[in-house]
Design a protein around this ligand. Structure first.
Ligand SMILES: [Zn+2]
Ligand SMILES: [Zn+2]
Length: 470
């Protein structure tokens, strides 16, 4: 009886096993996709949700900070700050303000090695399934934007593997936006492009931004005219309603801007060191994902200024230096992958004044990132001062790479044949029709592949489309 039972069990087990093998064989076959659309992975910018769990095991968001927490902390710390300011002068105001800001951001803190102090995790990525591929074919890769981009790149690599496995496609398209460009560059540096058919870089921060360079080298100030200029171009570009624009004009012409900026500058002047040490340094500089926004030319000064020779930060500085090297060698890294067959398409927005903290409103930006950086080195005329008729293209390669509006010379950028410029689009606009065309393109698209999408385009913020610049 016992023996018979054993036989039955083993027959049953073998049946189960062979069924599993067969069905997994079926599964793989059924999952190989026949379509010619490579799965697209959208690597988003800074600002994705980050969670932690409290002592009762309840999930809560450490970013964005929950409204209740924010309100209660501001109510606790702001009144004493003001009172201290009135009776104790700027120093005690600064100390109280710093305490409030530190309390506000405490959940987001990273330690001296650039790791989250609290156990934290980002929002979940879209499921790597065939349905997701057949549905809208855009997989959102979400990550903890505070951390070392190489850590996020490792997660991206695992996610790509899952998508390849689920769809049967051999390669994916990486569409990176803003900080996503930093993650993508770290990815190509560490893993190459074996699994990537096309890299689309949109308003990407892979070369950093002046604003962060200035912030970490203690060189920020606010100018009323800059603020007015910035808001004046920003609002139409962001398609904000007319009411707000009118309100801003009122602020400008009544001189309230000047008053406002005078107050901010006074605060910056009087409290900068305290706020800077507590806030910029302790909160943001220890986030590698944020510090890596420092452009190459500010890097040494920023490291000196923020970390000095403090051995406590050695591990963090090493992480930051690794990305800095990739940033400096970006052209080499990307061109090596292009030679192996990966298509590269860069999209850069310009024609917006930069945030009014940088003390220089002449350079072209998408209101946040310098267009020279997001385009990988194009030459721009100062805002509102197009090149003269005697301007000569920097690098002559037999094509015209100067914009019809006289503001851009694309001949100096890393990929002059596959970089597109959108005038009048802020960082938060999206070139829907251009991106769709790029994603569907087989091979390396260039600025002459489609007359609808020449190198220089004008953005329409109302519907997030672009058209050829005349
Ligand atoms: Zn497919
Ligand atoms: Zn050319």
């Amino acid at each position: 009886m016992k023996k018979a039972f054993k036989v039955i069990i083993s027959v049953f087990m073998s049946l189960v096993l062979s069924f599993m093998l067969v069905s997994s064989g079926f599964a793989t076959e059924a999952q190989a996709c026949e379509c010619d659309k490579a799965p697209v992975i959208f690597v988003n910018g800074i600002g994705g949700m980050i969670y932690s769990t409290d002592e009762n095991g309840e999930e809560y968001s450490i970013f964005p900070i929950e409204t209740e927490t924010m309100v209660s902390k501001i109510l606790t710390y702001l009144p004493p700050a003001v009172i201290n300011g009135i009776f104790g002068g700027w120093d005690s105001f600064a100390v109280s303000l710093d305490k409030m800001v530190t309390e506000l951001f405490i959940g987001m803190d990273c330690d001296n090695e650039g790791n989250s102090v609290l156990p934290a995790y980002a929002d979940e990525c879209d499921p790597a399934t065939m349905n997701e591929h057949l549905d809208d074919n855009e997989f959102n890769f979400l990550y903890d934007w505070r951390l070392d981009p190489y850590e996020s790149a490792a997660k991206l690599d695992a996610y790509i593997d899952e998508i390849i496995e689920a769809t049967g496609h051999e390669k994916v398209i990486i569409n990176a936006y803003s900080e996503g460009g930093e993650i993508a560059l770290a990815y190509f540096d560490a893993y190459g492009s074996e699994k990537v058919e096309m890299f689309i870089s949109q308003c990407s921060a892979f070369q950093g931004l002046t604003l962060i360079g200035k912030l970490f080298t203690n060189d920020c100030s606010v100018d009323a005219n800059q603020l007015a200029n910035f808001l004046g171009t920003m609002m139409p570009a962001a398609n904000v309603d007319d009411g707000v624009t009118t309100f801003l004009k009122v602020l400008k012409y009544t001189g309230i801007y000047h008053l406002l900026t005078a107050v901010v500058n006074k605060v910056l002047d009087e409290c900068f060191d305290t706020i800077y040490n507590g806030f910029a340094k302790d909160v943001f500089a220890c986030m590698p994902g944020v510090f890596n926004f420092v452009p190459a030319e500010y890097f040494d000064d920023a490291i000196d200024m923020v970390f000095g020779d403090d051995p406590e930060y050695a591990v963090l500085v090493e992480k930051l230096t690794r990305y800095h090297n990739a940033q400096v060698n970006a052209e080499k890294i990307l061109k090596a992958e292009q030679e192996k067959g990966m298509a590269v398409a860069v999209v850069s927005h310009y024609g917006c004044y930069p945030l009014p903290l940088v003390g220089d409103m002449s350079y072209q930006s998408d209101a946040l990132i310098d267009s020279a950086n997001s385009s990988g080195g194009a030459t721009f005329a100062p805002m509102g001062q197009p090149f003269g008729s005697d301007y000569k293209q920097e690098v002559s390669d037999g094509h015209n790479h100067i914009a019809p509006d006289g503001s851009v010379d694309a001949s100096t950028c890393m990929f002059p044949e596959s970089t597109w410029f959108v005038s009048g689009f802020s960082h938060w606009c999206y070139s829907t029709n251009l991106i769709e065309w790029l994603e569907a393109y087989d091979g390396q698209p260039t600025v002459t592949s489609n007359p609808e999408f020449p190198q220089f385009l004008v953005g329409n913020p109302a519907d997030n489309t672009v058209s050829a610049m005349k």
